[in-house]
Design a protein around this ligand. Structure first.
Ligand code: PEP
Length: 253
């Protein structure tokens, strides 16, 4: 069966001192038992320090964004090989904030997905609909378009070394969580779409839920058959809040 992945997206928060305290708190409180992994994704300037601090612990480290280019004249960008070089295991691609605020298209996100994998980093591909799209009955259409761009660029086999995060945009940072049933419906749909191409890959891929996940609602979401963890924003900034979600995952396995 699939393990849970509990991933924290710190966004543009933290400082050297605050991060050190947060990582120390997480490392000290990792729940006993197996069947889950923990991942933190700090802002770029802190990734290397967090990698060093987390070394030897079960906590993995990822980044929040990456360039689709390998190297060269791309001022301000960070190449996938650089992330690999500093010990990064994962990178988030296509977060809704990147799509909405920085105009990242599904094609560009797919190129980032491919570039990350080429450098040996596991991409976490974010997909999800806005409230307007959900209310128009377009949730599956939107998610399919975002997923298909990565499938077309990378092929189904690439999802053997990738993670998907279903993050309804209306639930991110709003306190409005999808119900376990709403989330499960979309997760089932995503897995079925991959399953039509390769049943084995679809059965193995981790599909995380993201959108106001916290200790109080994590168990209900994680109990769903196609929900394999969480991508967590707000509740990843305090060790106790993040560990409460990890505890829910540990309690299910
Ligand atoms: C996110 O940014 O990926 C996210 C899910 O944020 P929050 O948990 O704060 O809704």
């Amino acid at each position: 069966m699939r393990d849970f992945l509990i991933a924290g997206n710190w966004k543009m928060n933290g400082s050297t001192a605050a991060n050190a305290e947060l990582v120390a708190g997480i490392v000290a409180g990792v729940p006993a038992g197996g069947g889950f992994s923990l991942l933190v994704c700090p802002p770029f300037p802190y990734v290397a320090a967090v990698v060093a601090q987390a070394e030897g612990s079960p906590v993995k480290v990822g980044a929040q964004n990456v360039s689709e280019h390998e190297k060269g004249a791309f001022t301000g960008e960070v190449a996938p090989g650089m992330l690999k070089d500093i010990g990064c295991d994962y990178v988030i691609v296509g977060h809704s904030e990147r799509r909405a605020l920085y105009g990242e298209s599904s094609a560009q996100v797919a190129a980032k997905f491919v570039a990350a994998q080429a450098a040996g980093i596991t991409p976490i591909l974010c997909v999800g609909e806005t409230l307007e799209e959900r209310e128009a009955g377009a949730t599956e259409k939107v998610v399919d378009e975002q997923l298909d761009a990565a499938l077309e660029a990378a092929g189904i086999d690439a999802f053997g070394a990738a993670v998907i995060a279903y993050e309804p945009v209306w639930a991110i940072g709003t306190g409005m969580t999808a119900t376990p049933e709403q989330a499960q419906d979309v997760h089932r749909h995503i897995r079925a779409r991959l399953g039509a191409l390769n049943a084995q890959i679809a059965a193995g891929v981790q599909i995380l839920y993201g959108g106001s996940m916290k200790g109080e609602n994590a168990a209900g979401l994680l109990a769903q058959p196609d929900i394999d963890g969480g991508l967590i924003g707000g509740a990843s900034l305090k060790a106790g809040d993040f560990l409460a979600i990890a505890q829910a995952a540990a309690g299910i396995n």
